[in-house]
Design a protein around this ligand. Structure first.
Ligand SMILES: [Zn+2]
Length: 333
């Protein structure tokens, strides 16, 4: 069993989290934002208050997924479809999920997670094939391990190029005590933690196909959450990887780089693909969803934009709109 007692972080981080991209747990209320804390140098103390988002973990949906053992306890790896590994980071509030998709000659890593532990080492335990990195978008919680890889494809946007320079602020906000569930990896240097810069080795565009050898992935640009947001479709196997455009938790649409018109168009595009796919794989909390969610997502978002859904106040400046089991975290009107 995982020790779910939150620990660690330097005194400097024991402060309220600034407005980071992904400034709150996807699954619940921002908990213990002002949790007073802990670590003096390398000494760890048990924290008496566990963040609220951490309490219901593990999520029940994982019980029905095949788990794949890996040596690094920071990650949990599941196999939601043949040749697809969901690399989940349950000890941090983003609960981000990166995907390794294995073909006959190459593997593609769709996102590289937080960069808190070593995702390259995990992928090396899952495949010996050369790995191509491509990001669902370039928010800090999806690009943390990019720097470790020699081949990184990217979308041809200014937003992507700017993020490829790395940053410290968003990363630091991810490791405040209220964001951590359990223990940070041994030897993790909280003070030095940042999103490290990475090198883009090739630009990709809408409709581009990536041949992994007996398996082809196609890029569908789905801007909205960010200008560089994409989805990936594996048509032969009926898989759609949606990044942060859809995942089964409050969808974050409050950042300045978010474009709501673009988002509406993108989810309509994905919904049109629903009849052709068997499984939707999103980038946070839970790796699997049924394709029928996609047309419902369109309807839900249209209702929100038409002013038909009541807003629930959330953290300062943000409101939550809920339609059935779909919710959107947005700027307060
Ligand atoms: Zn994001």
């Amino acid at each position: 069993m995982t020790d779910r007692v939150a620990r660690a972080a330097s005194a400097a981080q024991a402060k309220a989290k600034p407005s980071a991209p992904d400034g709150k747990a996807r699954g619940g209320k921002a908990a213990g934002r002002f949790a007073f804390i802990l670590l003096v140098s390398s000494t760890l103390f048990a924290q008496s208050s566990i963040p609220d988002w951490c309490r219901p973990l593990p999520r029940p949906e994982y019980k029905s997924l095949e788990r794949v053992p890996v040596t690094d306890p920071w990650f949990e790896v599941y196999k939601p479809a043949p040749g697809v590994f969901a690399i989940y980071e349950p000890h941090q509030a983003e609960e981000v999920i990166s995907y390794l998709i294995v073909g006959g000659k190459h593997a593609l890593l769709f996102d590289t997670g937080m960069g808190i532990s070593d995702i390259k080492k995990v992928t090396a335990e899952l495949t010996k094939l050369p790995i191509i990195v491509l990001n669902s978008h370039t928010h800090d919680d999806h690009v943390g391990g990019n720097w470790e890889f020699a081949t990184v494809y990217a979308m041809d946007t200014d937003f992507t190029r700017k993020n490829a320079q790395g940053s410290r602020e968003d990363a630091q906000a991810e490791i405040t005590p209220d964001q951590i569930c359990g223990t940070l990896p041994k030897g993790f240097d909280a003070k030095a933690y940042s999103t490290r810069p990475w090198k883009i080795t090739a630009y990709k565009h809408d409709g581009d196909r990536i041949d992994l050898g007996g398996r082809t992935l196609e890029i569908i640009t789905t801007p909205g959450h960010t200008p560089d947001a994409i989805s990936l479709i594996d048509r032969a196997n009926g898989l759609l990887l949606t990044g942060d455009t859809y995942y089964p938790a409050p969808i974050w649409l409050f950042r300045p780089e978010t474009d709501l018109d673009a988002y509406a168009a993108s989810i309509r595009r994905l919904a049109a693909l629903a009849p052709k796919i068997k499984l939707v794989l999103g980038a946070h909390n839970i790796p699997v969803a049924q394709p029928s969610i996609l047309p419902r997502l369109v309807t839900a978002f249209a209702a929100v934009r038409a002013g038909k859904v009541k807003a629930t106040p959330d953290s300062p400046g943000k409101v939550l709109y809920k339609v059935d089991n779909i919710s959107f975290l947005m700027r307060a009107p």
